[in-house]
Design a protein. Sequence first.
Length: 179
Amino acid sequence: MPKFILYISKEDFSALKNKEIECFVVDASLSADFLSEFNRQAQAQSKIVLAYGENAAAICQQYEMDGLVQDLSSSPNPQKDSQNLRQKAGSKILGLISRNRRHEAMIISEAEPDFLIFKVWSAGESGSKDLVKWYNELFLIQSAIWVEDENADFMGYETDNVILNNAHNFDFDKLFSKK
């Protein structure tokens, strides 16, 4: 069973109450007050907080977060960008989003992120399931899927982590009862 990571795309502290969620990806565009307080409360509970978005590296450093997630799926040079991000992140956790293609996944993995993320939609699930399975058979770097729509059947993926959006209406009690 994969671990669940919650993407915080709207200002809401209620997710911190869920004991099953140990890691959060917070949108760097949220207010400074929210980012600061969310990170403080999460760290007090020994939960992991990763910044995501355009200014993720700066936000991560400013609020002393545990790491960052960066989307390289539209990067013209994912190899260079992934290496630069690995240097910026230093010893902090680094998650990198790849295009759903084998070649880009291999290139980005060369920068040794802590985990590689594939986006998942309800349309095209079988292709992305095959890609994630292939990746996990060949690479030691952890994988994650980022669920883009709430209709995607993410439970059948062979992945280490599943990233869900707090703006979607997932029934977490139902999810965790399947463990």
